[in-house]
Write a protein that binds this ligand. Sequence first.
Ligand code: AMP
Length: 629
Amino acid sequence: MAKKYEGPAIGIDLGTTYSCVAVWQQRNNRAEIIHNDQGNRTTPSVVAFTDSLRLIGNAAKNQAASNPTNTIFDAKRLIGRKFSDSIIRKDIKLWPFKVIPGADDNPKILVKYKGKEKCFVAEEISSMILSKMQEIAEKFLELPVKNAVITVPAYFNDSQRKATKDAGIIAGLNVMRIINEPTAAALAYGIQKRGNFVVGKRNVFIFDLGGGTFDVSLLTLKDDSFEVKATAGDTHLGGEDFDNKMVSHFVNELKRKNNVDISLNPKALRKLRTACERAKRALSYDIEATIDIDAICQGIDFCSSITRAKFERLNMDLFEKCMEIVRSCLRDAYMDQSMVHEIVLVGGSSRIPKVRKLLQDFFKGRDLCMSINPDEAVAYGAAVQAALLIDGIKNVPNLVLRDITPLSLGIWTKGDVMSVVIPKNTPIPIKMTEDRCKTSVDNQLGVSIHVYEGERIKASENNLLGLFRLFVPPAPRGLCIKVCFAIDADGILNVTAEEETTGNKSEITITNDNRRLSTQEIERMIQEAEKFKVEDMKFQEKARAVNALEDYLYKTSKVMEDNSVSSMLAPADKMKIDSAIMNGKSLIDNHGNQHNETYVFVDFLKELEIIFESSLNKINKGFKRKFEQ
Ligand code: AMP
């Protein structure tokens, strides 16, 4: 039985490149995508640090080219991974910001913030983006919002799921559930189909090609119930990879034509990457796009163009990779193309015409469903799931969701053999027991349980999730150990081992192994996140006070420049005003000085108002009115 929560609840699609937030609206029985303060329905998953402030979303993305080393994107690629992970080693080469190894091989992002070096883990950066999404929702709902459902790629492993949940906790959210992105998209699709013509069983194929990840899922939809049959994907395949191919293409062109190499110039690369992403989007509608960058480096204005055909050739290997994953998902579900009734497109990159064409050809000309917005379907579904978990929300279609495990889970057994306890694509939540595990020598004092995930037969070639030890009584070899794997609705794994004659038990929730954040670390990060929020608010207050003073100084200066006013003022009053304006301007010039706190500007403005207005009142009330206009 699902746990019920109280209060408003949101669904957050925490994307690699963009994030989106939605909420279920009872008044019109549907989920609503929430606009950010720029009026956009998606927000860049970008955080930037400057000498004076922290920026999140559009503000961070907009200054990326001028501050590349302190503008962090792609945190989702780092989350829950080790520094030594080969994928991370490759990514680091492409990022303009610095990533260093931290304790326990945890990657740390190094930035300069307020003049000092500071390290963040990916969970902290993601928590900042989640806080932003929470803030967007709170502004819209005019209510505090704590409850959230957050989505992750179906292919995220246990460690990445847990790390995403930690990011939510650091942001101060109550993460009710972590759900798979394609499942969320299927929920959105299912909601739209309700009341339409769904008769009998429908097999729905979700094709989700986003900015950084690729996910496919095959679901069976029957009445109000969804069952995920198979999932497949690649956590490192998406729009950014297509951008990178284009970036390399133009880096080579610059070398050839202009004799400059920008491959080690983060600022120039950032400019080029932004232009390439724009061109790529244009190529979904036009057959040619231009790249036009003023002063890319060494004063060179770079102007070039690329055709859709060239873009397709550059990326054909990646598009083929997508199709291979589509095929493997169908194989895992024991289905062929003809058994699929609907193909739902999700993720911004599913707009690429070549991708659509390959998919359509593969599914033998079947129409692709484009009725749901590919950028918003995941957040929409997450909001539906969030509403289903809240007590008292009426009229949410009670869709029942059965998710599955994306990877096989098992334990190391003698000879480095992976003994699978829960096979890949098993519906969750689930509890399964393995009782073939035995001690291998006489009077063995304990057994080490190594928990792995992956599809390789050789255990050590899979991903080690954690290990723990169970003490056993002295006995001849062959003593039976019962190992139980339980996966909850969030996909988080708990493993217990028990020796039945003594009842000795030991367990591990794959949360506290050394790759993860400890409770103390999370606690520290929560406090830091609060501190950042307070600092940001302080900064905003100061900026408001500085602006108000600057505005007032501008107006008073204009009045003083007007001879018809200043000549009528008593000389002492004029001197007082002139000197106050001068002091005010110098205060503004030094507003970056940390000692000048908000109250200094507020008090100065009050004083200036008194000086100026009392002097004006002496000569003519009409001037005051004119000034106030
Ligand atoms: P998502 O993670 O689903 O928000 O997808 C973001 C990715 O979709 C980014 O890499 C975008 O560049 C890409 N994208 C968005 N619109 C288009 C488009 N019209 N054509 C190609 N790619 C797009």
